[in-house]
Design a protein around this ligand. Structure first.
Ligand code: ADP
Length: 387
């Protein structure tokens, strides 16, 4: 039988693969529920690693560290999709792993992910796997320019993407992506004229119960999420439809845990699936302060086989702004005092040792009666953190 946290003779330990900010916020939720946390990460003093004595800084490529991490953990989860399904399968022989290796296998490779969603009748842009520039050009001849060339795995914050507007741009884009990820396999995707980018967080527990969060708008700049508006300022019917698509996506991969589903709202008013993350998602950070149960708490509940909490917002509006690195150097800001003077705004600093330009160093969330009010507070709080 799978362990349940509240009929065991000792506190259960949630093992998290990865020690970044998502692991940190997962750990904060786990501690609140009376659980312990183990962290395995490549390097000591990661945002989550420094929170626990059960820190394994040798990382999961060290067989000894991995074996001990697995031994001290009762249930294992992950904060990024970069762990191989093979490694997860190996771990799953010893401990329950959620999301399951099979779910991770269906999302880790974007081509398989999109094929899985297409088979489940989820609407999405046309796409094809391409293994040579000639195949990419053949795709463009069929679907037109511009198109988006993507690495099938390890893409994040736009690092694995190039938009190709003319055939002459292809050779350089191809070699840049190969440089980013040697041995990369690619896919080509129709370029979608975007009205907005949307996201929906879905929690699904081991019984298959589902909690679906409100549909939010994410504002990206240079492929990095900057601002999240909750709820998305679009018609209610579209928000509902986005939630329905997101639930169908999670069911298509039989996901257990918490999932971030990214969607496009096209200029023609249609919703299309972009991608799914098998873990808590940046677009759901606002849920910590604005929803009855945060995405992090529901992730822990889901993997522990516990009932899910309400995903509803208990304030009319919330806005989250990411704090991106604006310098290379210390990760500690020079001051947060002006930010702390902003009413109804919360600061999260991830505790990363080093700042880098564009690196996610923290975020602020603010709430209000309207999105405008929440935005103004979040903007003031973000401006009050001095780097
Ligand atoms: P990553 O894995 O790096 O987050 P995504 O595939 O989500 O990569 O793409 C990052 C961003 O690039 C998206 O948020 C969107 O702004 C843009 N983008 C991706 N695919 C398309 C597309 N088919 N059409 C238009 N814009 C796209």
């Amino acid at each position: 039988m799978l362990p349940s946290p509240y009929n065991a003779t000792r506190e259960l330990t949630i093992g998290i693969i990865g020690g970044g900010q998502l692991a940190k916020m997962l750990a904060q939720a786990a501690y609140r529920l009376g659980l312990r946390v183990a962290i395995i990460e490549h390097g000591a003093d990661s945002p989550a690693g420094r929170m626990t004595q059960l820190e394994f800084p040798q990382g999961w490529t060290s067989p000894e560290a991995l074996a001990t991490f697995v031994r001290v953990s009762d249930i294992i989860t992950l904060e990024n999709e970069f762990v191989t399904p093979e490694l997860l399968e190996q771990i799953a022989h010893q401990r329950p792993v959620y999301p399951t290796p099979e779910t991770v296998r269906r999302v880790r490779d974007k081509l398989i992910q999109k094929q899985t969603m297409a088979a489940a009748h989820i609407p999405l842009p046309s796409f094809a796997g391409v293994s040579t520039p000639e195949e990419a050009l053949a795709f463009a001849r069929q679907y037109g320019f511009p198109f988006v060339l993507k690495t099938r795995s390890f893409g994040y914050d736009g690092y694995g993407n190039r938009t190709i507007a003319h055939p002459e741009q292809l050779p350089q884009a191809w070699s840049e992506l190969q440089h980013y990820l040697p041995d990369a396999a690619f896919l080509a995707e129709q370029f979608v004229p975007l009205q907005k980018e949307l996201a929906v967080i879905v929690a699904r527990n081991r019984k298959g119960d589902i909690a679906v969060y409100p549909c939010v708008e994410t504002v990206q700049q240079d492929h990095v999420c900057r601002i999240v508006y909750a709820p998305a300022p679009i018609p209610e019917a579209l928000r509902r439809q986005a939630q329905e698509i997101a639930v169908a996506c999670v069911e298509a991969i039989e996901g257990i845990g918490v999932f971030g589903v990214e969607l496009f709202l096209t200029t023609a008013g249609h919703l299309l699936f972009n991608e799914i993350a098998p873990r808590p998602h940046n677009s759901g950070h606002y849920t910590i302060e604005a929803c009855y149960t945060s995405q992090f708490e529901n992730a822990i509940r889901a993997i522990c086989g516990l009932p899910l909490g309400s995903p509803e917002m208990y304030v009319p509006a919330a806005v989250m702004i990411n704090l991106l690195g604006i310098r290379s150097g210390s990760g500690i800001p020079d001051s947060v005092l002006p930010a702390l003077q902003v009413d109804k705004a919360w600061i999260h600093l991830y505790g990363k040792q080093q700042s880098r330009i564009r690196r996610k160093m923290g975020h602020v969330t603010a709430v209000g009666q309207t999105l405008e009010e929440a935005y103004e507070r979040a903007r003031q709080a973000a401006a009050g953190i001095i780097w």
